[in-house]
Ligand binder design. Structure first.
Ligand SMILES: Cc1ncc(COP(=O)(O)O)c(C=O)c1O
Length: 392
């Protein structure tokens, strides 16, 4: 067998802990609250069928040709138009999912050993996207209202060790479902501005609110100090791989050059199809149907937790949007060790530890309520409670 010498960074590329877990839990008959996928019932199939036809008939070869790296102009304009602050379409870069935006930001901002700040816990996929640059991710203490600004300042570092970026998810965070409070948003933006640390604001779930829209994005408060990431994955369909970033002009060209080197451009056909689907206010009609479905399922999960966890020392978040809820088991209990007992009883979740950049909290886990019906949620939460009791 040939022994090839791989780059040091290859050692930092690990299989996603979650994907590995999903292999175990993706068995027939298991009620899985472990997945991170949007509900396929939310995909607007007819609108896509129609748009594909229109794009081929109208644009023909142009839709199949190489395209510009910045993205399809009408789609960049549409993104600039729907964001709630003054955005120049020239600041919008269409990316191959917002996951690619994370990769590009890592390439442009991080060197080996660079300090970067993340929430406790944070989106695992971001830790993975940044890992090849070999930064040092530092977890900032966080509570139900989001990142704690005092700890952010304490961990910001100084001089050559000053954090190159801080990655935050203000709305219906993956994995906890929590939302950053209004006062916290402003305090974080002010502190980041004072310290000169760029904020990376990842907002794929912001439109999936249940009662009222979330507070203004961080980027709206200081457009020069924030790179904003958005996505069509959760409001249309993730398979198209259409996301975007909005960057200050000072750094836009660097991100664009990284994008050119990575994949030249995001598939032009897909960009045109999304642009066609969303024209004429489609999202205003479609997204409320997703909100209503996810809200019903969130309600079912909260009610089931209330009922089944009675008498157990278990706590959970009450998300006001998005797809996830976070559970804290009794102190000393390890969610990873609980998983086989849950699977045995017919349900599955994702243990929380992999979502921490440092100081993992083993007694946490993530539940998704979007791909399971209310009836399955009742059974799944009852099975989870039975598994917890069995290990006490
Ligand atoms: C917080 C967060 N950011 C980014 C992504 C990547 O989304 P996409 O690349 O599909 O836009 C996800 C996907 O689940 C996510 O949860």
């Amino acid at each position: 067998m040939t022994t090839w010498t791989l780059a040091d960074r290859a050692a930092k590329m690990n299989p996603s802990a979650i994907r590995e877990i999903l292999k175990l839990t993706d068995r027939p008959g298991i009620i899985s609250m472990a997945g991170g996928l949007p509900s396929p019932l939310a995909f607007p199939l007819d609108a896509f069928t129609q748009a594909c036809q229109t794009v081929m008939q109208r644009d023909g070869a142009a839709a199949l040709q190489y395209a510009t790296s910045e993205g399809f102009a009408p789609l960049r304009q549409a993104v600039a138009d729907f964001l709630p602050w003054e955005v120049d379409p020239d600041q919008v870069l269409i990316t191959t999912g917002s996951q690619q935006a994370l990769d590009l930001i890592g390439k442009v901002f991080l060197d080996r050993g660079s300090r970067m700040l993340v929430e406790k816990p944070t989106y695992l996929g971001a830790l993975q996207a940044f890992a090849p640059q070999e930064p040092i991710p530092v977890g900032v203490d966080s509570d139900d209202d989001g990142i704690l600004v005092e700890d952010f300042a304490t961990k910001a570092g100084t001089g050559a060790d000053k954090a190159r970026l801080a990655y935050v998810l203000p709305n219906f965070q993956n994995p906890t479902g929590r939302t950053m409070a209004e006062a916290r948003r402003q305090a974080l933006v002010d502190k980041a501005r004072e310290l000169g640390i760029p904020l990376i604001e990842d907002n794929p779930y912001g439109d999936l609110w249940f009662e009222q829209p979330p507070a203004l994005p961080l980027a709206a408060r200081n457009p020069e100090g924030v790179i904003y990431l958005g996505s069509f994955s959760k409001v249309l369909a993730p398979g198209l791989r259409i996301g975007f970033l909005v960057a200050p002009k000072s750094v836009y060209n660097k991100l664009l050059q990284a994008k050119q080197a990575a994949d030249l451009h995001t598939p032009g056909f897909n960009q045109r199809v999304v642009s066609e689907v969303i024209k004429d206010g489609f999202l205003d009609r479609h997204v409320p149907t997703i909100r209503a479905m996810y809200k019903r399922q969130r309600d079912a999960m909260l009610a089931a937790l209330e009922r089944e966890m009675a008498g157990l020392d278990v706590q959970w978040t009450r998300p006001v949007g998005g797809m996830f809820l976070w559970v804290r088991l009794p102190k000393g209990m390890d969610a990873q060790k609980l998983l086989p007992a849950a699977v045995e009883r017919g349900t599955a979740f994702v243990p929380g530890a992999p979502f921490y950049a440092d100081e993992p909290q083993a007694n946490t886990l993530r539940l998704s309520y979007v791909t399971v019906s209310a009836e399955q949620i009742d059974k799944g939460i009852a099975a989870l409670a039975a598994a917890i009791r069995s290990t006490m």
